[in-house]
Design a protein around this ligand. Structure first.
Ligand code: ATP
Length: 461
């Protein structure tokens, strides 16, 4: 089967993959589309197609399981996107969530002052056309809108720029309703909105995105211990996710980068095609957040430590803050490979393969009849039906079997099950493994167990 496949696999081309290739594959195979494309596109926004939504949901589930199911002291929350405007005053976003901006008076382009040539900025010279730049001014990144029937400014409301504040304002509710004791954490996944001026690099930086955040509440003095603990946990998560660990590194925030309230902060960075960039942050936020919300709301947010003589204090917070959509981009880039699999001297010698962890792959198993005729299609459909309860499946009967394998490789399907004439005779099928392209024959009754075992034991080669 698939006799065109040569075993000199292992040769890859394009060690340096480009963002163009990722964008093109993402569109071609239904992972990510430009928002409102038929109207020329909406910058800063992207739509997730049939493959993209499956991948995004699976990454989210992987993170959720890691943070809640595998950590007894973390519970979940889904807070509203629209929050009381005072929240954003207390959090400091109204005052400080700004980017420094300059405009060119000649070509009218807008730049982030901290991202252009600083010598040119000092001379007020446009980096694009040499025209004169305006003075630098602060630009707030929060989207404003209006709630209620009249648009006279009294109904000002913001689209949340992060999910974290929804957690802080529910801290007391969760403490009481779920009888939590310190230390404990609250996890949340949801949309966030930022009026980013420079939205490039595909879905890396967008105006609408999703975050996966966990806020861990601890006794003051224990914050450094838990900060180290969470750094370790978050690093281990990426190992489980099956990404290439040599592409990850830590970046500690220097004094000039550290937010005014933060005691310490590290980013996990990934080497994207455009270089090392932030993937997620682990921050020691001190007791800033709850102190501010106590001050602005007038509500007592102290923790009463019943195990220590009813001592009262405002907890410190260790935060792990990851971008879901940014992680999806990382997973796509990390999985992508162009691999030599034949020697005919043409394009068929190469396959594009996405080495997703099987738990992340949009389709887990594709069932392919060798031929449409002689009852093979019906038999394959029946086998697919039997797998559906346990796995996400696909069925493809169109074209040469080698082509069909390639199509599945390109969307990262880890297993293909091929149904042929022998299946009719002895009830066995072929299981083809995406990464090694190895094929084994198994009995139909053993298929489910074989696949489950392979998923459990999966290791990226
Ligand atoms: P950056 O410095 O890249 O603007 P940040 O330090 O402001 O990011 P945080 O506020 O710490 O980011 O947000 C936590 C995570 O949310 C980031 O690590 C990133 O994964 C994600 N994120 C932040 N802004 C965006 C965005 N505009 N588009 C997509 N993901 C984002």
């Amino acid at each position: 089967m698939d006799s065109s496949v040569s075993r000199d696999a292992g040769i890859t081309r394009d060690a340096g993959i480009t963002m163009e290739k990722i964008v093109s594959l993402a569109k071609r195979r239904g992972f990510v589309f430009q928002s409102s494309e038929i109207y020329g596109g909406q910058s800063g926004a992207w739509d997730y197609g049939p493959m993209g939504i499956e991948l995004k949901n699976r990454i989210q589930r992987f993170w959720w399981k890691e943070m809640t199911q595998l950590h007894d002291d973390i519970v979940g929350l889904d807070a509203a996107i629209l929050m009381h405007p005072r929240v954003w005053e207390a959090s400091g976003h109204v005052e400080n969530f700004t980017d420094p901006l300059v405009d060119c008076k000649k070509c009218k382009q807008r730049f982030r002052a901290d991202q252009i040539d600083q010598a040119k900025l000092a001379k007020k010279e446009c980096p694009e056309c040499g025209g004169e730049l305006t003075d630098t001014r602060k630009f707030n990144l929060m989207f404003k809108t209006n709630i209620g029937p009249v648009d006279d400014g009294t109904g000002l409301i913001y689209l949340r720029p992060e999910t974290a504040q929804g957690i802080y304002v529910n801290y007391k509710n969760i403490l009481q309703s779920n009888r939590m004791k310190l230390p404990f954490g609250i996890a949340q996944v949801g949309k966030a909105f930022r009026n980013e001026i420079v939205t490039k690099n595909f879905i890396f930086r967008t105006c609408e995105f999703e975050q996966m955040e966990m806020q861990y509440f601890v006794k003051p003095g224990e914050d450094e211990k838990f900060f180290d603990y969470w750094r370790g946990q978050r690093w281990a998560y990426y190992e489980k996710l099956g990404v290439r660990m040599d592409k990850l590194r830590w970046h500690q925030h220097g004094k000039d980068e550290l937010a005014h309230y933060a005691k310490d902060a590290y980013d996990i960075e990934y080497e994207f095609p455009m270089g090392f960039k932030e993937l997620e942050g682990v921050h020691n936020r001190s007791n800033y957040d709850l102190t501010r919300h106590q001050e602005f709301s007038g509500k007592d947010l102290q923790y009463i430590d019943q195990d220590n003589g009813n001592e009262r204090y405002i907890p410190f917070i260790v935060e792990t803050s990851a971008g879901l959509t940014r992680q999806l981009l990382m997973v796509l880039c990390d999985a992508y490979e162009e691999q030599k699999v034949g020697d005919k001297g043409n394009e068929d010698d190469w396959r594009t393969v996405l080495h997703f962890h099987p738990e992340l792959a949009p389709v887990t198993v594709a069932v392919l009849p060798l031929m449409k005729k002689d009852g093979l299609a019906e038999l394959a459909q029946d086998i697919r039906q039997g797998l559906k309860q346990e796995f996400s499946t696909d069925y493809d009967q169109g074209g040469a079997i080698g082509r069909r394998y390639r199509r599945q490789d390109e969307v990262g399907t880890p297993f293909c099950v091929t149904v042929d004439y022998q299946t009719k005779e002895d009830g066995t099928v072929t299981v083809r493994f995406r990464d090694s392209m190895e094929q084994i024959r198994v009995k139909r009754e053993e298929l489910e167990l074989t696949l489950k075992k392979a998923i459990k034991e999966y290791k990226r080669v």
